[in-house]
Write a protein of this length. Structure first.
Length: 139
């Protein structure tokens, strides 16, 4: 972390009012905190679009375990990419549906490709990749 620097921002009053309302709605304690969050979010997005830096993510999958070979196919694909998957959790959602959450670490582009591959397997009903960062690299 670097030192904290204060700087002024010129903003249209209507835009500032909308921003304050958004902060209130989201429970942000201050404008500064809200602006920091937005900056980090954009930097993470940029980092992910760039794709080469190591990143962390979670992938949530929902699938029907009654479909033949589906669970086996997902396990096989996960074993092929075991270096990117540092943890996984399996929940039997109901009689037919399973939910899996995978914690992924590696170059962003590689994680996105893995998520796309797992989500594309026939019978996967839902697949959502969520990007994560500590923000430390971005300071
Ligand atoms: Ni299950």
């Amino acid at each position: 972390m670097g030192q904290t620097i204060r700087f002024g921002v010129s903003l249209d009053s209507t835009l500032l009012k909308q921003f304050d309302e958004l902060c209130m709605k989201r429970g942000n304690p201050s404008r500064s905190e809200a602006i920091r969050d937005l900056i980090r979010q954009e930097l993470v997005r940029e980092e992910w679009e760039n794709g080469a830096q190591p990143s962390a993510a979670t992938l949530t999958l929902v699938f029907d375990h009654h479909r033949s070979d589906l669970a086996q196919k997902l396990t096989e694909l996960q074993h092929e990419s075991h270096e990117s998957i540092v943890a996984s959790m399996h929940v039997h959602l109901d009689h037919e549906n399973c939910l899996e959450v995978l914690v992924l670490v590696g170059p962003a582009a590689q994680l996105r490709a893995l998520a796309d591959k797992l989500t594309a397997v026939k019978g996967v009903k839902h697949g959502e990749l969520s990007l994560a960062t500590t923000g430390d690299r971005l300071a």
